[in-house]
Design a protein around this ligand. Structure first.
Ligand SMILES: Nc1nc2c(ncn2[C@@H]2O[C@H](COP(=O)(O)OP(=O)(O)OP(=O)(O)O)[C@@H](O)[C@H]2O)c(=O)[nH]1
Ligand SMILES: [Mg+2]
Length: 222
């Protein structure tokens, strides 16, 4: 399989306090590795992964892994605008990191206007739940997710549990948004790139005519 070929490119940004495990999530997803001692991110790091969202449709995912530390905020802010997806990450053993999620969400939404970013809320370090170290319950996190209008997923970069779900959920959400027209391809915006915009227009047109499709299906199956 030629991994350089892709039909779409999505840019995602990792958001959340320092040490919640943003870089660890990306390392697990892109390299299937976990490091007990991993360097704090300085400014912004960059990761790439390819995902087939449906047979023959390969998406190149570009991740901006931002530093959670406040002193890097002026650098990381410049990456918000050209992202189509955002992972709002907190550590379920760290109450402050959960309390700050609303601020991360508001900060990004304010700065990307008129664009929108599709989010997923991630409760990280689920392996520590078994050790009785969880301080943010699933119910609390789900309540916040409902308030923000985003899906919630729990994950552990250490064990790998839930990690693929996190990234695949967001990728599929953006892909569906593209097909439905909720996500637009705009001049001068790098959140999404499409190798064949004409093919996307055709797919959108087909989706917009379900009655024709079902009529054709009936004919075909009769
Ligand atoms: N138990 C456990 N520890 C984790 C998990 N994910 C990350 N860690 C640990 O948490 C610490 C911080 O992880 P990082 O991935 O560097 O956190 P970060 O959010 O990228 O931090 P910044 O780069 O400073 O913003 C490291 O010691 C990791 O080994 C996890 O799922 N479970
Ligand atoms: Mg990091």
């Amino acid at each position: 399989m030629d991994l350089t070929l892709w039909q779409y490119q999505f840019r995602f940004i990792m958001l959340g306090d320092s040490t919640v495990g943003k870089s660890s999530l990306l390392k697990r997803y892109t390299e299937d590795l976990f490091l007990e001692s991993i360097n704090q991110t300085v400014g912004v790091d960059f990761y790439v992964h390819f995902l087939e969202v449906e047979p023959g449709v390969r998406v190149k995912l570009q991740f901006w892994d931002t530093a959670g530390q406040e002193r890097f905020r002026s650098v990381t802010r410049s990456y918000y605008r050209n992202s189509v997806g955002g992972l709002l990450v907190f550590d379920m053993t760290n109450q402050d990191s959960f309390d700050h999620i609303k601020e991360w969400h508001a900060e990004v939404c304010d700065r990307v206007q008129p664009h929108t970013v599709l989010f997923v809320l991630v409760g990280q370090k689920s392996d520590r739940d078994a050790e009785g170290e969880r301080v943010v319950s699933r119910e609390e996190a789900e309540k916040l997710a409902r308030q923000l209008g985003v899906p919630y997923v729990e994950a552990s970069a250490r064990t790998g549990e839930g990690v693929r779900d996190v990234f695949e959920l967001l990728t599929r959400r953006v892909y569906q948004g593209l097909l439905s027209g909720e996500v637009e391809l705009l001049e001068g915006w790098d959140g999404v790139k499409c190798a064949a915009p004409h093919a996307l227009q055709l797919q959108r047109a087909n989706l917009a005519q379900p009655s024709t499709a079902s009529k054709n299906n009936k004919k075909c199956c009769a």
